[in-house]
Design a protein around this ligand. Structure first.
Ligand code: HEC
Length: 147
């Protein structure tokens, strides 16, 4: 009887312990994050920066530096940055081919407005400029097909 209680206490502690150090699941990454009412407008935003090697490199430098995206999304954009470990839902892993169905405009909307109720806050234009966000988006999109 007493042993049963101790075993139960251990089980509870290990479940909570595991969730405190492990990563929460990514929440349906392919579902839209732009509210339905804003979707049409969001999709109208076209990326002024072309997906060239030079722009992708500039975007990566911002993502892994000044813009601080890496702290949650990880240096390689796999959603495994140290600050993301405590977040539920966990940060987006950009190495997901399914994300190609989302538009640059949807990413820009999220970077501008954040995602309510999550760790993803608004970055542009408060923390980064629209031009910097555009460059970062070329980098994020370059990852969808990478293993
Ligand atoms: C404090 C942690 C944190 C930081 C820093 C952060 N993000 Fe996020 N981001 C998140 C989380 C968490 C999600 C996923 C939320 C969800 O699933 O609804 C997310 C999701 C996203 C998405 C996915 C949108 C979609 O439709 O799937 C984009 C794009 C994004 N972030 C871009 C950025 C960029 C660019 C930066 C840097 C300027 C950045 N994030 C910095 C936590 C962060």
């Amino acid at each position: 009887m007493k042993f049963g209680k101790i075993a139960l206490a251990f089980a509870v502690v290990s479940i909570f312990g595991a969730s405190a150090i492990g990563f929460a699941a990514e929440k349906d990454p392919l579902a839209p994050r732009v509210p339905a009412d804003d979707m049409e407008e969001a999709k109208e935003w076209k990326n002024p920066k072309k997906s060239t090697a030079a722009n992708i490199a500039k975007g990566k430098a911002l993502f892994t530096g000044k813009a601080t995206c890496f702290t949650c999304h990880g240096n390689e954009g796999r959603g495994d940055g140290v600050a993301g470990a405590a977040l539920d839902p966990s940060p987006r892993n950009f190495h997901n081919p399914g994300l190609k169905k989302k538009t640059d405009g949807e990413f820009f909307y999220v970077i501008s407005n954040g995602i309510e109720g999550t760790g993803m806050i608004s970055y542009a234009p408060g923390i980064i400029t629209e031009e910097e966000a555009a460059l970062i988006i070329t980098y994020e999109r370059s990852l969808h097909d990478k293993k």
